[in-house]
Design a protein around this ligand. Sequence first.
Ligand SMILES: NC(=O)c1ccc[n+]([C@@H]2O[C@H](COP(=O)([O-])OP(=O)(O)OC[C@H]3O[C@@H](n4cnc5c(N)ncnc54)[C@H](O)[C@@H]3O)[C@@H](O)[C@H]2O)c1
Length: 288
Amino acid sequence: MNEIRTVGVVGAGQMGNGIAHVAALAGYKVYLTDIDQGILDGAVQTIRRNLGRQVKKGRLSQEQADATMARISIGTSANPLGEAQLVVEAATENMELKKKIFQDLCEATPSDCILATNTSSLSITAISSFTDRPQNVVGMHFMNPVPVMKLVEIIRGLATSDQTHQAVVDVAVKMGKTTVEARDMPGFIVNRVLMPYINEAAYALYEGIASAEDIDTAMKLGTNVPMGPLYLADLIGLDTCVAIMEVLHDGLGGDSKYRICPLLRKYVEAGWLGRKTGRGFYEYGSGR
Ligand SMILES: NC(=O)c1ccc[n+]([C@@H]2O[C@H](COP(=O)([O-])OP(=O)(O)OC[C@H]3O[C@@H](n4cnc5c(N)ncnc54)[C@H](O)[C@@H]3O)[C@@H](O)[C@H]2O)c1
């Protein structure tokens, strides 16, 4: 397995741009790709703005921020991924889409390239089965917002090799993250616990127990979490929350404790996906 110098990131949405940010800051050359050029341009602006914030807080020099930006290139073509030793996929949470992406990645990357997925809940073993190298496929589950959050959950599929596992742990540590290892079960650790909590908060709103503001204030001040569950759901993206709940429901035997709150589904149908679209449980203006 070659030393990791270039990291590809597939999907430049809220997670992809954060992963590109921390990878470039850690010294890796980064190629960030998406199907949408507008999203890529927005991602570069977001990374520049977030690095600027780190400079303002004195955590980074302007030279370090400039050097980080210089290590990032973007594009809609998969060709430059041929130079990568590690690709982290951070596209939309949908198994059919990820299947196509991983099949394409087998064509676009060298055969010993590690293929990691940032999926929140989908089976790493199933994703690895779409590739020609299941031993090189692993879950690297970053938290949102990536530059701020310290955790990366590492998930091994059935065939993931020790070498692949160690290589991505080393990358995460170089990015300044702490890793935990989770079994390849629906939701892993964080979302197995978090999503039913968010879903229950949506039910509390749906059943008229309290307003969104009061639910969030109650949980913030009553349980000492930094933000309430509905505000957090808006940050994650309500489409992502629904997708994860579906995986928990289907993957854990249809247990009714994982039934999705109808209000959550309704908001997604309306395109109220949270901060990224400007409206979810709360209103944010223009979105992203
Ligand atoms: N939002 C969170 O809090 C969070 C946290 C951890 C993990 N995740 C996971 O990260 C992944 C991305 O989530 P997100 O919140 O960044 O979503 P997002 O909607 O912000 O971004 C997804 C991006 O994928 C792009 N995309 C779609 N098809 C593509 C393709 N074929 N090739 C390249 N790019 C493609 C879209 O254009 C979009 O820019 C999902 O698997 C999600 O479950 C999300």
